[in-house]
Design a protein around this ligand. Structure first.
Ligand code: FEO
Length: 168
């Protein structure tokens, strides 16, 4: 069993992960609409991973004999100025998710819930990877993205991303 405070913050995190999935899916549509199918692939796979992140939390809450409350998912909103602009918004979004995960970890420590604190380590590490990957893409876009031929190559590189399902 987990405390009501931990249950509530985990439910909030489930919502943030599913919102992230929705956000990336809408970005995937945007990239597809402007012919950047590799970027679209990258964002679509990210959307699937975000669903996994939400479902891992979902199963954890149920597995601790607690309650899942699925709240409303907000409409995703982002500016569609350029691939670089979108990726800078992705970076800011992931920073906000990292802060949210930090708050979950902090809450579990306050509640002396070491099992959930241990469980949340996976998310802390995942956020480090996600921020790093997005930073690398931003660096490439800043260095070469103004050239259409370079943007084409970055798009081709992102088309190689594959989805690895996670068991939960
Ligand atoms: Fe589930 Fe992008 O963090």
């Amino acid at each position: 069993m987990i405390s009501d405070k931990v249950r509530d913050i985990l439910n909030e995190q489930i919502n943030k992960e599913f919102y992230s999935a929705y956000l990336y899916l809408s970005m995937s549509a945007y990239f597809s609409e402007i012919g950047l199918y590799g970027f679209s692939n990258w964002a679509k796979i990210q959307s699937k991973e975000e669903i996994d992140h939400g479902m891992i939390l979902f199963e954890y809450v149920l597995g601790r004999n607690s309650q899942v409350h699925l709240g409303q998912i907000s409409t995703p909103s982002f500016d569609l100025n350029s691939p670089l602009d979108v990726f800078e918004q992705i970076y800011m979004h992931e920073r906000s998710i990292t802060e949210a995960i930090d708050c979950v970890a902090h809450m579990t420590e306050g509640e002396c819930d070491l099992a959930t604190r241990n469980f949340i380590d996976w998310y802390l590490n995942e956020q480090i990877e996600e921020e790093a990957e997005v930073s690398r893409i931003i660096a490439k876009l800043k260095a070469f993205g103004a050239e259409k031929s370079a943007l084409y190559l970055i798009d081709r590189e992102l088309s190689a991303r594959e989805y690895s399902p996670i068991d939960y």
